[in-house]
Design a protein around this ligand. Sequence first.
Ligand SMILES: NC(=O)c1ccc[n+]([C@@H]2O[C@H](COP(=O)([O-])OP(=O)(O)OC[C@H]3O[C@@H](n4cnc5c(N)ncnc54)[C@H](O)[C@@H]3O)[C@@H](O)[C@H]2O)c1
Ligand SMILES: [Zn+2]
Length: 383
Amino acid sequence: MAQFIVPKTMHHGLGSLEKLTELKGSKAVIVIGGGSVKRNGSLAQVQKYLSDASIESVVFSDVEADPSIETVIEGAKFMQTEKPDVIIGLGGCSAIDAAKAMWIYYEYPDSKLEELVELFAVKPLRNKAIFVAIPSTSGTGTEITGLSVITDREKGTKYPIVSYELTPDVAIIDATLSASMPKHITANTGLDALSHGVEAYVSNISERYSDSLAKGAIDLVFKNLPTVFENPDNLEVRQAMHDASCMAGMAFNNVWLGIIHSISHQIGGTFAIPHGCANAILMPNVIRFNSKSTDKYTDLAALVGKSTAEEFAQEVSNLRASVGVVASFKEYGISAKDWDAKLDLMAANAMKDPCTLFNPRKLELHEMKAIMQACYDGVAIEF
Ligand SMILES: NC(=O)c1ccc[n+]([C@@H]2O[C@H](COP(=O)([O-])OP(=O)(O)OC[C@H]3O[C@@H](n4cnc5c(N)ncnc54)[C@H](O)[C@@H]3O)[C@@H](O)[C@H]2O)c1
Ligand SMILES: [Zn+2]
């Protein structure tokens, strides 16, 4: 017996943003990042559709990449003043995740991050507002996940707030918003979607529903990421990547992720390396490590015309290279001195990350460190 959680309403396809005209509410706070949604015209479009639905809207802007708790509290205060009954996260996942966490603090102003990071600690939401998620990147699937990732810069770590309460009420998956992504963001976010599909597929609680969504997403990424990288204006291919991201999100929202994410939460928090880039560097070695405990990578190898886990790991490396993403943390530019100084702490924290619980192969601290070091050096692990 199992449950499978998805949002109440998902609109997908080119032009589906227009469905905002059917939204019910009186006032919306729209949370955005650094301004890409202003420049690509989607903020103006969202505000026009809200106005058509007789919903007043105000904007909270400048959410930084990998949002901090300080930004979340500032946004929640803005919401206390504006009193929205609709919260819209519009933009990259950083803006949407910040909006989700602001939603918690708006409904429960006395919330504390250290309590929220306990699994499923978020109290019932929707007393003051519903949540609409409109992604402009094609990677994280946050538009349908019960997850918000907040960064503590002082501690150099990322905290996932996990609760199905955070699953948006409405998700709009319209690739006209993602078409303006520059190549490196297209590549990093697309590889993040791939890592979600791969980790969900081999999760130790994977099941039929998540498997089919994960496999479908992986297939879409292999077929479309190199094409969209070369043809950024092809909206059909953009939509395929937007759908892949959402499908992989639906899969991992229900069966979780593994140690690729446990490690990248640490490396991202410590060295500010883009999330999808870190995952892509880690993926081949984690596949090699996990393949001693699961046969499921051979199914994924078959999707790309191969038969073994090692061949699948190679295909992931080839895909990464084809979209211009570096092969190691050393190549990314992290100095050996900085890496050595942080490795022990990052590995210890990665062991404690909730994603580690769902990895198909149990591991010891020394194995975690060895995987991380091999990915720093850019060599294949052999254990
Ligand atoms: N909530 C979840 O389910 C979940 C899952 C995985 C990762 N995460 C977290 O998500 C964050 C990464 O999110 P992301 O990959 O979406 O990146 P992001 O939101 O940090 O955005 C990256 C950059 O892309 C720009 N950008 C976004 N959309 C654009 C567009 N259409 N055109 C031009 N520029 C655009 C942004 O302004 C920003 O500079 C990390 O903090 C990661 O830990 C969350
Ligand atoms: Zn991810």
